[in-house]
Unconditional design. Structure first.
Length: 215
C-alpha cells in the first residue's frame, strides 16, 4: 500500500508527469488564494451595496454624502458635485442622466477591484483538465515503453505506472472544479451587486433631480 501513496507516486513518476503535477498544484494553490480573497471582498462589498441602497431609498430632503457607507459616499459625492453644475435649459431627464452617469463612473472603478484575479479562475478551470490529461497520456505512454523494454506485463508491473498517470488527471480535476464553481459564483454575485448599486444610483439621481427642480 505504501508504494501507492501520493508521495511515492509523485517520486516514481516520469519527470514530465512530475512537472505536470507541480504545475497543477501551483495552479490550484493560486486559485484558492483568489477564491478566499474574493469571498471576503464580496461579503464586504455586498454589505456596502445593501446599505447604500437602503440609505438611498430613505432620502428625504438634503443629501449628505458623508452619511453613506464606504465607497458609496464617493459615488454620491460625484453625483452631488455634478448636480451642482446646472446647464441652463437642461431638462430634468437630461440632468438626471448626467448626474447618474458621473456616479456610474465611480461605481465602475470600485467594481473593477472585484474582477482582478477572476480571469485566473477561468484559466485554471478551463485548462487544468487538459493539462492533467496530457500528464496521464504521457505517463501511460512512458509505462508502455517500460513494459516493452522489460517484457513484463503482470499487474504488479503495470499498475504503478498507470496509477501515477491517472493521478495527474485527478489533480487536474481537483484544480479545475473549485475554480469553475468559484468563477461562476463570483460572476453571479458581482452582477447582482452591480444591479443593486445601479438601482441605488437611480434613487440618488432621482432625489437630486427632485430637489433641483422642485421649484
Amino acid at each position: 500500500m505504501g508504494s501507492f501513496s501520493i508521495k511515492n507516486m509523485f517520486l516514481a513518476a516520469d519527470p514530465v508527469v512530475q512537472g505536470v503535477m507541480v504545475l497543477l498544484f501551483l495552479a490550484s494553490l493560486a486559485s484558492w488564494v483568489v477564491i478566499l480573497a474574493k469571498t471576503a471582498l464580496l461579503q464586504k462589498v455586498s454589505r456596502i451595496v445593501w446599505n447604500f441602497k437602503k440609505k438611498a431609498n430613505s432620502i428625504d430632503q438634503e443629501i449628505n454624502p458623508e452619511e453613506f457607507p464606504d465607497f458609496s459616499a464617493r459615488i454620491v459625492m460625484a453625483g452631488v458635485r455634478e448636480g451642482a453644475d446646472t446647464a441652463g435649459e437642461e431638462s430634468r431627464a437630461d440632468y438626471r442622466e448626467r448626474v447618474e452617469r458621473s456616479m456610474r463612473v465611480i461605481l465602475s472603478g470600485q467594481l473593477d477591484r472585484l474582477e482582478s484575479g477572476v480571469p485566473l479562475l477561468a484559466t485554471v478551470g478551463s485548462t487544468s483538465p487538459f493539462i492533467g490529461l496530457f500528464g496521464t497520456v504521457w505517463g501511460i505512454m512512458h509505462s508502455f515503453i517500460g513494459i516493452a523494454s522489460s517484457g513484463e506485463t503482470t499487474l504488479a508491473v503495470v499498475a504503478p505506472g498507470i496509477a501515477e498517470a491517472l493521478f495527474a488527471t485527478a489533480m487536474g480535476l481537483v484544480a479545475a472544479i473549485p475554480a469553475v464553481v468559484a468563477y461562476n459564483k463570483i460572476n453571479t454575485t458581482t452582477k447582482k451587486m452591480t444591479k443593486e448599486a445601479l438601482a441605488a444610483i437611480g434613487l440618488v439621481g432621482n432625489s437630486l433631480a427632485r430637489l433641483t427642480y422642485s421649484d
